[in-house]
Design a binder for this molecule. Structure first.
Ligand SMILES: [Zn+2]
Length: 179
């Protein structure tokens, strides 16, 4: 039993299918993409922007961003600077740089220490602007293996803001040093 809930759990029946599905933010015909607005003009305003309103790290193609309500310090997400939905429509050059970019983020998160594994999640069910999540599984937290980690992350208490910020600063520095 690795779920972050006590037994007995009662198995639910799947709900009736909702077709067509509601449009995601940033999908054609849906609400405008907030991520595009946030990333637009980043280079122009980089020096005047509140640091808290900037990605942790970015280049011309990618931006590494902080999460909110973090329970496991080191949780971050990577987004493309330009609006693409998924792997299926990433331009070839961006798709080619994705692997090395993910490797750099993984190394930067692992460097925090006491991390067994860095999980990489691409859900795609929220915003239609390409992004992937990085979740560090704390060393020794065997109950949070595999798909259990995001469930645990959802129910754990929020980590102290200064601890989260310290982890984010270290990831940003490690990423900048590993180019
Ligand atoms: Zn977008």
């Amino acid at each position: 039993m690795t779920l972050p809930y006590a037994e007995p759990l009662i198995r639910r029946e799947p709900q009736p299918r909702v077709i067509p599905e509601p449009l995601r933010v940033g999908e054609p015909g849906g609400d405008p993409c907030g991520l595009c607005s946030w990333l637009a003009g980043l280079d122009d305003t980089a020096t005047t922007r509140d640091p808290a309103d900037k990605p942790l790290w970015y280049d011309d193609d990618w931006a590494l961003c902080r999460a909110t309500g973090v329970t496991i310090p080191g949780v971050v997400w990577l987004t493309s600077r330009a609006h693409h939905d998924s792997f299926a429509d990433l331009p070839d050059a961006l798709a080619r740089s994705y692997g090395p970019m993910v490797a750099r983020v993984e190394r930067a998160v692992l460097a925090l220490g006491d991390i067994a594994r860095v999980h990489v999640y691409r859900w795609g069910d929220g915003s239609a602007h390409f992004h992937v999540w990085f979740y560090p599984r704390p060393l020794g937290m065997l109950e949070a293996k595999r798909e259990m980690l995001p469930l645990w992350a959802d129910v754990l208490p929020e980590a102290p803001k200064e601890v989260v910020a310290d982890a984010e600063d270290k990831i940003a520095a490690a990423l900048a040093a590993d180019s």
